[in-house]
Write a protein of this length. Sequence first.
Length: 202
Amino acid sequence: MGTSKKSTRAFISCFRNKFSRKSLKSWFVMVILLLPWVPVVFAFNYIASQMWSHITISPTASAGAHVFYYTGDFDRDGLKKHTWIRLPRQVPKNLVGTNCKPDCEPSREYSDVCLCNTIKKIACAEGDNLVAKNREFYCNNYPLGVSKTHSKKGVPLDSFEYEGIIPENHVFLMNEHKDSYDSRYYGLVSKNEITELVTPLF
């Protein structure tokens, strides 16, 4: 009986020793294989976090897309036609809504306007010939589109009028969407007002 118990204990001890050595070896091999991937994972997480912090979502369809990548690191002198930008604009409340939500914030300076971070495209740049007349718009004789007489809320809209060369450090902003509130209504914009360069994603 005693011999049987000793044999059993010896077998169990041997099994544990072999299992432990095998497990340690397996874990060691796994660590060696995974170790080179650690910096890769950290780098991926860092890049992903940086990219996500530069993603903005536009709830309206007036920009033609809803998700944009933006950066504040850009050269204002290098802004050309067809470039997408973001800038804060004061928009009349009767065009947005009395509480300015959800797309804008109430202005702290004026009670009748909302402060909106708008995404627009440069349709005509400094040095280009802009004609804005009778609600029709042309850049270097190329037709850009027309302005509306009323907003989609039924509010009357004044149309920007201009004929001549766009002065230095100014741009004309216009999106293709018919309901976009842009330079067709508020006129030329200084490049100094532009805060970010954006790229439409989808």
